[in-house]
Design a protein around this ligand. Structure first.
Ligand code: PXG
Length: 459
């Protein structure tokens, strides 16, 4: 099919899709009635659909296309690797050059105390690996009862049984009897919605303090680890108050429990630093990665393992009965290598840190003056606006998600991909957006906020 496509081809694809394709996180019935939007090609920061309509992609696909679309170096790296060695495993004391070379490069770009990687195929598998590895670590330490992992409500850590259990998404837990045993959840640092009368700093300390109370309630001899995204992504780009991470780090250190920073979204430049852990000065014991690792060009994830944990696993000896067919897939590793070299050689992360990130944040915050917007926030190339019924005092819409959905539909109709999480509109653009792309993004976002407000009779 040609990249431009035709209306006829779109209808044909939609019919096939309706008959045979069950999409992730989708109301199958509603989508079948509406018809899926078929994306056929992309270049830079833009997508085209099967009717030839151009969209500015403010979500980097699904928070992953950090270097933007259309980079031939990645396609060529995959092509060369597939001709040379398309597949081999790393189970039985074997390996191949791209996986080995990538392990070395990851040790270089991640925080200094993280020097080993366990490869997976995705972020969810990375978090399953976290559960297995955390429990193996404490077992080897002679504390097999330390099995509980504490996470947070409204966290997202993936969709496998362990990933969804670590996550704090109530609707996911409700479908299938989750969480699995020994996963606990505390409150999230979501000041705008849950902070009440407290200042952000006081609220940050309060919710971090819940970690300590929970450790004490369960007994430190039971608690293995705490897991969190440096900035919650899928939960609605929830930027914690500055007081939060230092207090969490202090509590983990004080009780000797492992700290897991899920960098699946925050990693590889999203915050303007290589990792969210660099941005907040967090020293994680384990660090799940995926998405921006290959800029989404091929599936790959992993867990970066600190010297504290790795030395224990290595020194103890004995087999770790865990791994995936595609752990360290050669083509994915070759693509990740090419991706990281582009991030390094083109100074993309520094540019987000010092130029385009501050510019995006300044322009994004201008939306805070819009009558529909209760708060505009963000860090680096992450942003959110909270849609509210009234601003002073803040009141929220009664049926969460309805107004967010209206706004999202206006965005699509006006050539902008922005995601709605309930009534929070969020962005995570490709890190290569220029100042003029950012201007286009903010202008389109404002137009769509206006259209939404008009539809609600607020303008
Ligand atoms: N951890 C975090 C922090 C994530 O955001 C995963 C783990 C799981 O990764 P995989 O590769 O297994 O999907 C994620 C994934 C959304 C959305 O709606 C977000 C994700 C995935 C799908 C949808 O924002 N994040």
């Amino acid at each position: 099919m040609s990249s431009a496509g035709t209306a006829w081809q779109t209808a044909e694809l939609q019919a096939l899709d309706r008959s045979h394709y069950l999409h992730p996180f989708t109301d199958f019935k509603a989508l079948g009635e509406k018809g899926t939007r078929v994306i056929t090609r992309a270049e830079g920061v833009h997508l085209w659909d099967s009717d030839g309509v151009r969209l500015l992609d403010a979500m980097s696909g699904l928070w992953c296309v950090n270097i933007g679309y259309g980079r031939k170096e990645l396609a060529e790296a995959a092509y060369r690797q597939m001709l040379e060695l398309p597949y081999y495993n790393s189970f039985f004391q074997t390996a191949h050059p791209p996986a080995i070379e990538l392990a070395g490069l990851l040790a270089e770009v991640t925080p200094a105390h993280l020097n080993r990687v366990f490869y997976t195929g995705s972020g969810s598998e990375a978090n399953d690996t976290v559960v297995r590895m955390v429990r193996r670590y404490w077992d080897l330490q002679g504390q097999p009862d330390k099995t509980v992992i504490i996470s947070r409500h409204n966290a997202y850590h993936g969709s496998t049984m362990a990933g969804a259990s670590l996550g704090g998404m109530a609707p996911m837990h409700a479908q299938g009897g989750l969480p699995i045993p020994d996963i606990e959840h505390i409150d999230q640092p979501y000041w705008f919605r849950e902070g009440g009368d407290l200042s952000p700093e006081a609220f940050g300390l309060k919710v971090a303090g819940e970690l300590e109370s929970r450790i004490q309630a369960l007994g430190v001899d039971r608690v293995a680890a705490f897991i969190a995204e440096p900035i919650q992504g899928a939960g609605g780009v929830i930027v914690p108050p500055d007081s939060y991470w230092p207090e969490i780090s202090r509590i983990c250190d004080r009780h000797g429990i492992l700290l897991v920073a899920d960098e699946v979204i925050c990693g590889f430049g999203r915050t303007g630093k290589w990792f969210g852990s660099d941005y907040y000065g967090i020293k994680p014991d384990l660090m799940p990665i995926a998405k921006g690792l290959s800029s989404g060009y091929l599936p790959i994830g992993g867990v970066m393992v600190s010297d504290r944990v790795a030395d224990c696993l290595v020194d103890a000896g004995g087999e770790f009965f865990h791994g995936y067919t595609y752990s360290g897939h050669p083509a994915s590793c070759a693509v990740a290598l090419a991706n990281i070299r582009i991030l390094q050689n083109e100074g993309i992360i520094e540019q987000v840190d010092t130029d385009t990130g501050p510019y995006l944040q300044a322009r994004w915050r201008e939306l805070g003056d819009h009558p529909l917007v209760g708060e505009a926030r963000g860090v680096g190339f992450l942003g959110a606006v909270e849609l509210v019924e009234s601003k002073n005092p803040v009141t929220f819409f009664s049926e969460s998600g309805r107004v967010g959905g209206l706004c999202r539909d206006h965005c699509f109709a006006n050539g902008l991909v922005m995601r709605a999480v309930g009534d929070t509109m969020i962005i995570a653009p490709p890190l290569v957006m220029t100042r003029s792309d950012i201007d286009e993004l903010v202008e389109k976002a404002r137009l769509c906020l206006d259209l939404t407000a008009k539809e609600l009779g607020m303008l």
